[in-house]
Write a protein that binds this ligand. Sequence first.
Ligand SMILES: NC(=O)c1ccc[n+]([C@@H]2O[C@H](COP(=O)([O-])OP(=O)(O)OC[C@H]3O[C@@H](n4cnc5c(N)ncnc54)[C@H](O)[C@@H]3O)[C@@H](O)[C@H]2O)c1
Length: 400
Amino acid sequence: MKTYLVTGAAGFIGANFVKYIIRKHQNDVKIIILDVLTYAGNLMTIKEELEMDNITFIKGDIGNRTLVDSILEKYDIDYIVNFAAESHVDRSITNPRLFLETNILGTHTLLDAARCNWLTGKGTDGKPSYKPGKKYLQISTDEVYGSLSKDFDKPEPLHITDDIKSVIKGRDKLQTFGENFFTESTPLSPRSPYSASKTSADLIVEAYYETYNFPINITRCSNNYGPYHFPEKLIPLIIKNILEGKKLPVYGKGENVRDWLYVEDHAKAIDMVLDNGRLGEVYNVGGFNEESNINIVKLVIDTIAQIMREEPKYQSQLKNITLENIDYNLIEFVSDRPGHDMRYAIDPSKIARELGWYPETTFKEGIKKTIYWYLDNQWWVDSVTTGEYQKYYNQMYDNR
Ligand SMILES: NC(=O)c1ccc[n+]([C@@H]2O[C@H](COP(=O)([O-])OP(=O)(O)OC[C@H]3O[C@@H](n4cnc5c(N)ncnc54)[C@H](O)[C@@H]3O)[C@@H](O)[C@H]2O)c1
């Protein structure tokens, strides 16, 4: 039975990863969650999991060395999966320092504590050796590669090579806005304080492999979407604003392109890298699913309107707006984010080739599932936006 230390698991992807692992391994796994509960961390997201005997929640900072040491002392951790981060680019523009502290120094604290705890001595090759089966996995992002050019105004059909075939598994009508894709050997070229902090963290993680022979992997994923996404990010924000009859803010002209991946497919990739990733390697994770922001917004508008027409019960969720007014007139173009990267597109053929990973959820299915989830779980959105979950935390953990 493996024991995981999952940091930042009260946030979007970490929580979805914990749910995935529990579904897959049931009781045959032990998970320690370490999360400081920033505005983005929400215990309501992992309410059911917190009641399980094999899950332990610890409120704390990955940058607190004494705390991290004590966790490693107490639990025999096999895998550390570091999701904990400040993750919102806009916030990094207003407060870069916090990003450097959490994303770089926090990562280093975790990494170094694990290096000391897992060290056993020296191998026959003279390099440091560690307790067997241990691994540190850094959850990184495609944003470390900077921005790709958008070569076509209108998407063109994706040229399907043999490598791509194994990733897309029969999906058709795939499109791209450019000639180039990020591979693991693309030079790192971050352009926002957020991506610069994530890049620095990746470099220190790689340095620990090279210098100390410390067992690591790094995954770099494209934009995730799905349940439990904090409503400051594009897709949940658009859903929330439509339901509240508010304008839908779109940066610039909405031309920026992202590669979208359903969060469960990211969780599957992480699980595969933990179990079978070659030590020291970086794996890109993405779905060959490029779309411009403006088209994403239009798709969400169309899908919500269609669901409301077909299932009128959901119309009761509309505030200050009626079904007839759910249309593109809600879109409001706002001045662009400074240094806004134009296009991200991942080539995930290495993880497909080496580990057999491919995304199982098509974008059409994933976006529908996501919208239904938000329609059926408005209590969650209310809880994260009103701070209701803070009360839940106090109820659960005060006086313990
Ligand atoms: N969301 C995406 O599309 C995406 C894509 C690629 C990579 N990533 C990376 O995946 C990771 C998770 O992203 P997310 O979208 O789930 O983020 P999120 O903002 O939803 O969650 C981050 C979590 O980390 C916790 N946290 C923050 N600072 C902490 C600290 N000092 N100590 C302990 N916990 C702390 C927060 O409370 C929160 O629960 C991040 O490292 C991010 O860079 C995200």
